[in-house]
Design a protein around this ligand. Structure first.
Ligand code: FE
Length: 161
């Protein structure tokens, strides 16, 4: 009887170790989300869908956050992962909320975008792939980057006091 228990333990223990190491490295949190257009339409407003799923751009100086100065966190309006912190937000006067760096390396993905006769770097959400905006090299120190993001792709949550 004992030998069976030992064999069972030998089989199960590596599985437990794997699941624990996944938790430690946060692999579960960073798992990508994939949904169909139909599923996204059920979650997002038409404006959010246009921007996040169809790479739309809100008109300059019309979004919720271009002239917004509260302290807090900006997350993806589609999947909710944290993207930007108000500490990295600056007044770029370009008509869209602008940040000099994302909240973490994994938050953002970068893609070459040659549309509309321009050569730009598109930025998308690292978790759901939603279109956020573009990044340019004319930002302030310390990075010199300007992440030019559609307000409609973001959700704001104030810091807890
Ligand atoms: Fe997302």
């Amino acid at each position: 009887m004992k030998i069976y228990k030992l064999i069972l333990l030998l089989i199960i223990s590596p599985l437990i170790l794997i699941s624990q190491s996944n938790k430690k490295t946060g692999k579960m949190e960073n798992e990508k989300i994939k949904k169909s257009d139909k599923e996204w339409k059920e979650i997002l407003t038409p404006t959010q869908f246009k921007i996040l799923r169809e790479k739309g751009t809100e008109r300059a100086f019309t979004g919720e956050f271009y002239d917004f100065h509260e302290k807090g966190t900006y997350s993806c309006a589609a999947c909710g992962i944290k993207l930007f912190n108000s500490d990295s937000k600056f007044d770029s006067m370009c008509g869209w909320p602008s940040y000099f760096e994302p909240i973490s390396k994994d938050a953002i993905e970068y893609h070459k975008d040659l549309s509309y006769g321009m050569s730009r770097i598109e930025v998308t959400c690292g978790k759901c792939g939603g279109h956020l905006g573009h990044v340019f090299d004319d930002g302030p120190p310390p990075t010199g980057k300007r992440y030019c993001i559609n307000s409609g792709a973001l959700k704001f949550e104030p810091f807890k006091k």
